[in-house]
Design a protein around this ligand. Structure first.
Ligand code: DC
Length: 218
């Protein structure tokens, strides 16, 4: 039996990888894993239980037993719809902190691999191609400049009726990149066999076509 195909799409926050990954999954009829949501759920769960984000043992325990569910684009934690709550900047920041803890990453590993089901999977994150699905069929590393990513996030926030400061978002983006890239376990970096796709000046549809072309050429 050939292995179930996996396409990994890694890259920094707001690089557009989530949107691209979802569309690629839809085009192929594949399952979709937003691994960042699992780190966000872990952070939210810790915040709600009053667990310090640097308490590795207790945060890992929460990660291992997350009562999480994904349904038609919505995300649930212990029976509550937290689709919007996990997107808050504070939760994203907390996710980046808990993601630096080796015990938390280990606790989430098998859970992520369980999403590999027929007819295939598109997985988006930071270490999908380097660690979780190192044997993936096709790997992509999506980037864009910090300024372009901050501008995209700014537009999303304004569209949702939130206030936002572009310089603060650029600084925040750079700080999170430094933490994700500089951590000791599973740092954000392209797999040696990944296709590098810089989307600073590329629209979503072109990025989707580039990923599909890469996959079909494998
Ligand atoms: O993709 P995202 O912004 O939702 O991810 C939230 C945080 O989780 C981000 O700071 C990095 C971390 N993360 C990770 O370390 N490994 C992954 N596979 C996915 C996300």
């Amino acid at each position: 039996m050939p292995p179930i195909p996996v396409i990994t799409i890694d890259g920094p926050s707001a690089s557009g990888k989530g949107t691209v990954a979802e569309r690629v999954a839809a085009a192929l009829g594949f399952h979709f894993l937003d691994s960042g949501a699992l780190y966000r759920l872990t952070a939210l769960s810790a915040m709600r239980h009053g667990v310090a984000l640097d308490d590795a043992a207790r945060v890992a325990q929460l990660a291992a037993t997350l009562p999480a569910a994904f349904r038609d684009g919505t995300v649930w934690l212990a029976g509550e719809d937290v689709t919007d709550a996990i997107r808050a900047e504070a939760v994203g920041d907390g996710a980046s902190k808990v993601a630096a803890l080796p015990a938390v990453r280990a606790a989430l590993l098998e859970r992520q691999r369980a999403y590999r089901q027929a007819p295939g999977l598109v997985a988006d994150g930071r270490d999908m191609g380097t660690v979780v699905f190192a044997d993936a069929t096709a790997k992509v590393f999506l980037t864009a400049s910090a300024e372009a990513r901050a501008e995209r996030r700014y537009k999303q926030l304004i569209e949702k009726g939130n206030s936002a400061s572009l310089p603060a978002l650029v600084a925040d983006m750079q700080a999170r990149d430094a933490r994700d890239t500089g951590r000791a376990v599973a740092p954000l970096k392209p797999a040696p066999d990944a296709l590098l796709l810089d989307t600073t000046r590329m629209d979503v549809e072109s990025a989707v076509q580039a990923v599909l072309g890469h996959y079909r050429g494998r």
